[in-house]
Design a protein around this ligand. Structure first.
Ligand code: EPU
Length: 423
């Protein structure tokens, strides 16, 4: 299996990184293509493994999907009705497969839809109870049959009022997609306003849907008859951008990340400033420069516009090198400090108790053999390894390749001594 060998420490990286389209925008957008009878074109798609898994899922359901790698474009055509069974092998490898629930339900009212229920995942329990109660608010019932969630509606789906008990990103995307063709209108409260959900809303509205914000987290969706040809340019990946800012930060270097809206990183950038880094932004780029004096911080994850839970593992690694005692409260997932034991093997001083990590900054980390267990943990371990003295071996990097394109190439370009080895 492929693993990374990193020789550290890397000091003072420099460079410009072009950020890809956002994975977590692209996946729901691809699921939303199910709603279209006409051709859909996505530009600025990220060429990452999760996107190829979603492509296979759509093809298995009957869509024609073509990816043009050189210009990062994807075309999806639905010439025949979709199959209404989403198999376990495709949902189990990528949790975002659950997003097909909302779009299949949205397009195929009065039909039975079967979507394999995803299992547990390394981040903790990831229930879909709020997705299902959202569908119920439109008149669709559900039951569990041999590991598959069966969703059915006797009549055309009808709008009412629904409030998410807790902010859920894919839950919001699912209910939005399910509501596009309803009878009447649906009011949804406490929806996610993550930039990726807004990207989905913009795409649907530009294609003929009628989704309006009534308040910060309240939307009104009025059912429309059809969607016209979809054409959309995907927003930049804020988590990828933040990851490379952290490469510059932990090595005492500087970097410009391009093709990213700095407003999508508002909280992350204010934390970096608080630690002591110099940040400059333009409309679509962020520049970070390191300075000598760094300060410890107390931070917590929250739904957008708060600190993204996906950015947290990178901050965990960064704070191991910041003098003093820092604290992180993780408020989204029950098991998101998986990088902590791996960073501790490099000499980091991190104590985790329930959803809180206390980090005592230390000057030196030392290379070690580590195993990654999820996407963002991979990058967190990479950050530790490139700031550590000596050689680190990082196994199970396939987790990282699910969501970062050109990972090795970009790190090399910044001056990191990294190579991937097939064993
Ligand atoms: N939750 C429930 N019931 C539900 C839905 C959610 O209890 O029906 C809980 C979850 O267990 C979790 C919290 O609510 O504790 C928030 O979960 P959310 O539904 O928002 O997460 P998600 O939609 O499954 C997306 C991203 C994740 C990202 C989270 C949080 C995609 C494809 N995935 O997951 O991205 O961490 O939102 O922002 O958009 C990643 O890219 O590495 C990644 C894991």
């Amino acid at each position: 299996m492929k693993h990374f060998i990193i020789k550290g420490p890397t000091k003072g990286v420099k460079g410009n990184i072009n950020i890809s389209g956002a994975k977590n925008s692209c996946l729901p957008l691809m699921a939303a293509s199910i709603l279209f009878e006409k051709k859909v074109v996505f530009k600025n798609i990220p060429l990452v493994n999760d996107v190829y898994t979603m492509k296979n899922l759509l093809i298995a359901l009957g869509s024609k999907v073509v990816i043009n790698k050189s210009n990062k474009m994807m075309t999806i055509i639905n010439t025949r009705p979709h199959k209404l069974v989403v198999p376990y092998e495709l949902v189990s490898t990528m949790r975002a497969g659950v997003l097909t629930m909302g779009s299949l339900l949205g397009r195929y009212h009065k039909k039975n839809i079967y979507v394999a229920k995803g299992g547990g995942c390394s981040l903790g329990i990831r229930d879909i109870n709020y997705h299902l109660s959202g569908f119920e608010s439109l008149g669709a019932s559900n039951s569990l049959q041999k590991g598959y969630v069966k969703i059915s509606s006797k009549d055309k789906l009808k709008g009412s009022l629904f409030k998410f008990p807790k902010v859920t990103v894919t839950g919001s995307a699912n209910l939005i997609m399910a509501s596009v063709f309803i009878k009447g209108f649906h009011i949804i409260k406490n929806i996610s306003i993550e930039p990726e959900v807004i990207d989905l809303i913009n795409f649907l509205n530009n294609s003929g849907a009628n989704i309006k914000f009534l308040g910060k987290r309240t939307i009104k969706i009025t059912g429309v008859k059809e969607l016209i040809k979809g054409n959309h340019n995907i927003i930049g990946d804020r988590i990828e951008a933040f990851s490379y800012l952290c490469v510059a930060a932990i090595t005492g270097g500087r970097v410009t990340v391009k093709n990213i809206n700095p407003k999508h990183l508002k909280t992350e950038l204010s934390i970096l400033k608080k630690i002591g880094y110099k940040i400059k932004t333009s409309d679509n780029s962020v520049y970070l420069k390191s300075i000598k004096k760094l300060n410890s911080v107390k931070i917590k994850t929250a739904p957008f516009p708060g600190l993204a839970t996906d950015s947290m593992p990178m901050l965990l690694a960064l704070l191991t090198k910041v003098p003093g005692k820092s604290e992180i409260l993780e408020n989204i997932f029950s098991n998101r400090f998986m990088a902590a034991p791996e960073l501790s093997r490099m000499g980091a001083k991190i104590k985790v108790k329930r959803n809180k990590a206390v980090i005592l900054g230390t000057r030196n980390l030392f290379g070690a053999d580590c195993i990654s267990s999820d996407l963002r943990t991979t990058f967190s371990i990479i950050l530790g390894a490139l700031s550590a003295t000596g050689t680190s071996k990082i196994q199970r990097i396939y987790h990282g390749l699910r969501g970062y394109s050109n990972l090795e190439k970009n790190l090399k370009k910044m001056g990191v001594k990294i190579k991937s080895v097939e064993k």
